[in-house]
Design a protein around this ligand. Structure first.
Ligand SMILES: NC(=O)c1ccc[n+]([C@@H]2O[C@H](COP(=O)([O-])OP(=O)(O)OC[C@H]3O[C@@H](n4cnc5c(N)ncnc54)[C@H](O)[C@@H]3O)[C@@H](O)[C@H]2O)c1
Ligand SMILES: CC(C)[C@H](C(=O)O)[C@@H](O)C(=O)O
Ligand SMILES: [Mg+2]
Length: 368
């Protein structure tokens, strides 16, 4: 298969982990006889430095033409004092909006060798398998007005949703739950926010069309607590943009590290942007120690969801499982008795553990 992939490394560790994902995809292309063409474009701080804009027009055009987009991470101290609409993060928000990627799927499931790497008790983590579906192009992030009001010595951000925006994300949650354990938890703040009360009504109304899916509602503060005290009660969690942002970083502790979490940002036609959940990690950028697995898992999610390449995606995920079983991990994972490796070595190990590479190794050995 021939696929055009736009690659947006961004800033900080974004650049380092993107190299890893591209190398793994190149190995997969070779092993399965696919042709992946990578077009690297600017976003975030890197784009501000070279093009005076966090989201250049050339990047938008390339993403619109691509079969899928891979994104590393944006942001960093260098650009932190810029006005809100010129910051690196504005590039990320802008590309999500430009591509209409309203659903952000954030799966949280620990690899078995990492069950003891979580600060939570192993028996809590073992068996938990959660998918957070975060609304991505509305809510508090995008509502207007959003500004300083100097004459009132005040400031405003707005949580705005149309009924249609809520309906499509709730539909996505129910449809996805049907392919899993058939339970949806809708998370809101309906005891305070009018937007949450409307969200709850729509969930109730929509649930009638999905009689085989059970649903419950949780207030976001209680949901934050239950995520780490009883994570096994969750299957699909659907929630507003900012609640989803916060809950997914929290839920990452189940997997041992924020660096493990992939995500897929999609719309109804299957077009997608794939990015890890974490940021540009300025505290470790340039040190060669970033965990590339969240980025590599995002690439495997791209193969599965945008290209229908199930076997190829399975192969990457199995190679990660094998590498972790062999005891290798980057320093962010607190594992006793393991072998600490850097970003590049971790990537080499995953590529070496791809089943098709194993198969070719076996053929070589049999000739030796
Ligand atoms: N999708 C994105 O591009 C994205 C997401 C979150 C934050 N950001 C931006 O990133 C910058 C830094 O934000 P932050 O420090 O709050 O969040 P962060 O996610 O970058 O880092 C939080 C902590 O997790 C660690 N970490 C994150 N990813 C890791 C990985 N792959 N391997 C090992 N350790 C990892 C970091 O070292 C840090 O200690 C900010 O400018 C922020 O706006 C971008
Ligand atoms: C960098 C920031 C704009 C972004 C978000 O809040 O969506 C990030 O935290 C994420 O989780 O992807
Ligand atoms: Mg976030």
């Amino acid at each position: 298969m021939n696929k055009q992939i736009v690659v947006l490394p961004g800033d900080g560790i974004g650049k380092e982990i993107m190299k890893s994902a591209v190398r793994v995809l190149q190995a997969i292309a070779e092993n399965f006889n696919h042709q992946f063409t990578f077009s690297e474009q600017l976003i975030g701080g890197a784009a501000i430095d070279q093009d005076q804009s966090p989201l250049p027009q050339a990047t938008i055009q390339a993403c619109k033409k691509a079969d899928a987009v891979l994104l590393g991470a944006v942001g960093g101290e260098k650009w932190d004092s810029l006005p809100g609409d010129q910051r690196p993060e504005k590039g990320l928000l802008g590309i999500r909006k430009e591509l209409g990627l309203f659903a952000n799927l954030r799966p949280i499931k620990a690899f078995s060798p990492l069950l003891h790497a979580s600060p939570l008790k192993e028996e809590l983590v073992n068996g938990s398998d959660i998918l957070i579906i975060r609304e991505l192009t509305g809510g508090l992030y995008f509502g207007e007005p959003k500004k300083r009001i100097p004459e009132e010595n005040a400031v405003v951000d707005t949580l705005y949703y149309t009924q249609e925006e809520i309906e499509r994300i709730i539909d996505k949650a129910f449809q996805t739950a049907k392919t899993r354990r058939k339970h949806v938890t809708s998370v809101d703040k309906a005891n305070v926010l009018e937007s949450s009360r409307m969200w709850r009504e729509i969930v109730e109304e929509k649930s009638k069309a999905y009689p085989d899916v059970t649903v419950n509602h949780l207030l976001v503060d209680a949901a934050a607590m239950k995520l780490i005290t009883n994570p096994k009660q969750f299957d699909v969690i659907v929630t507003e943009n900012m609640f989803g942002d916060i809950l997914s970083d929290e839920a990452s502790v189940l997997t041992g590290s924020l660096g493990m979490l992939p995500s897929a940002s999609v719309r109804t036609d299957g077009v997608g942007l794939y990015e890890p959940v974490h940021g540009s990690a300025p505290d470790i950028a340039g040190k060669g120690i970033a965990n590339p697995l969240g980025m590599i898992l995002s690439a495997s999610s791209m193969l599965r969801q945008s290209f229908g390449m199930e076997q190829e995606a399975d192969e990457i995920e199995n190679a990660i499982q094998t590498t972790l079983e062999q005891g290798y991990h980057t320093p962010d994972l607190m594992i006793k008795n393991g072998t600490v490796v850097g970003t590049e070595e971790m990537t080499d190990l995953v590529i070496g553990n791809l089943a098709t590479n194993e198969a070719s190794k076996c053929i070589c050995n049999s000739y030796a």
